[in-house]
Design a protein around this ligand. Structure first.
Ligand SMILES: [Zn+2]
Length: 131
């Protein structure tokens, strides 16, 4: 089981199931939402995520039509994003505690990469979405 928590610790969750490989997303919305060079995300099936505490604190911001970014309204930690037309969570890796056992597989939206960040790995890079 994978466990995680937000910065203030009031939101805690468990993931019972496999997570997909990790994608580093360099899109402008992720940079702003996470205040980082890129966000690191992975797919989680809807049935696999359970909040153990603090679910009522999780609010969302609709950053583009149909895409909601869910975060702890007390401390601001990004927890997951969800598109209305997708039946899975785009889970944010940063609040996971310990090693979830999955590793990065790709960079996407590198056309928007921060000029002050250099990619230093061998995984594939895609200008926007993968082909
Ligand atoms: Zn919090």
């Amino acid at each position: 089981m994978i466990k995680g928590s937000c910065l203030c610790g009031q939101v805690r969750y468990e993931i019972n199931g496999e997570m997909g490989p990790i994608t580093h997303c360099h899109c402008p919305s992720c940079k702003k939402a996470h205040a980082t060079a890129f966000s690191s995300v992975s797919r989680v099936e809807l049935a696999d995520l359970t909040f153990t505490t603090g679910e009522s604190l999780v609010k969302f911001y609709e950053s583009s039509p149909g895409k909601k970014r869910h975060f702890c309204s007390n401390c601001g930690s990004q927890i997951y994003a969800k598109r209305e037309d997708q039946n899975y969570y785009i889970f944010r890796m940063g609040t996971i505690d310990g090693d979830p056992g999955i590793r990065p597989a790709q960079h996407i939206f590198t056309r928007y990469k921060a000029p002050w960040y250099n990619i230093h790995d061998d995984i594939p890079e895609f200008s926007e979405w993968p082909e």
